[in-house]
Design a protein around this ligand. Structure first.
Ligand code: FES
Length: 207
């Protein structure tokens, strides 16, 4: 007889990334990253508001993934607790807090509107053709597949996101062509996307 936690797959404290001890913290931000974070501090009335752009800088500086060390550095530099910054980083699907992502990150929205319009049929087709489950990357490193909450474009349901591009509505009949098209596209890496978003945040300084 399955337990409740079997059925709803509750996480455990052991699933959480291990926080580095403060004494082991090694700061990795480049001079450019430190200057950008300092500049961004001036955009907001308090440092707490700088956590989101700080995480984009960290995602760029830490090769596209927010490791516990990257999260700890943001927390240290913005005088926040590790738990607070980790909570923000793991809440938003735009940040990579798991393993290093593949060349193309496909995110399938399965919230209500997308669910009603067939998101799980699209997801099942992607899983079958890629041979992976949500949260996994194909062996060739080309594709990572994630399930995400509402992407705030429900009028395009069922919607998927690839990198920073919304694609929808999609059906399972579109999956083959989508994967073929993506294979021929140049990579827009997580580092590139993060850097572009940092620049957008900094634009107010240049105006
Ligand atoms: S429910 Fe999918 S974008 Fe809103």
């Amino acid at each position: 007889m399955p337990t409740v936690s079997d059925l709803i797959q509750l996480g455990s404290r052991n699933d959480r990334p291990k926080r580095p001890e403060p004494a082991d913290l090694q700061l990795k931000f480049s001079d450019k990253a430190v200057a950008q974070l300092d500049s961004l501090r001036g955009h907001y009335p308090e440092e707490k508001a700088c956590v989101l752009p700080g995480l984009w800088i960290a995602q760029r500086e830490y090769d596209g993934t927010l490791s516990p060390e990257a999260i700890a550095e943001v927390a240290h530099r913005l005088n926040r607790s590790f738990a607070e910054v980790e909570g923000v980083a793991t809440f938003y699907s735009m940040y990579n807090t798991g393993h290093a992502p593949g060349k193309h990150v496909i995110e399938v929205c399965t919230c209500l509107s997308c669910h009603m319009c067939g998101a799980y049929r699209v997801a099942d087709s992607l899983k079958e053709k890629l041979g992976i489950e949500f949260g996994e990357t194909t062996e060739d490193g080309l594709f990572t597949l994630h399930e995400v909450e509402c992407l705030n474009a429900c009028d395009r349901a069922p919607l998927i996101q690839v990198g920073d591009e919304y694609i929808g509505p999609v059906t399972e009949a579109d999956v083959d062509k989508l994967l073929t098209d993506l294979k021929s596209r140049p990579e827009r890496s997580s580092v590139q996307i993060s850097d572009e978003i940092v620049k957008v945040h900094l634009q107010a300084d240049e105006a």
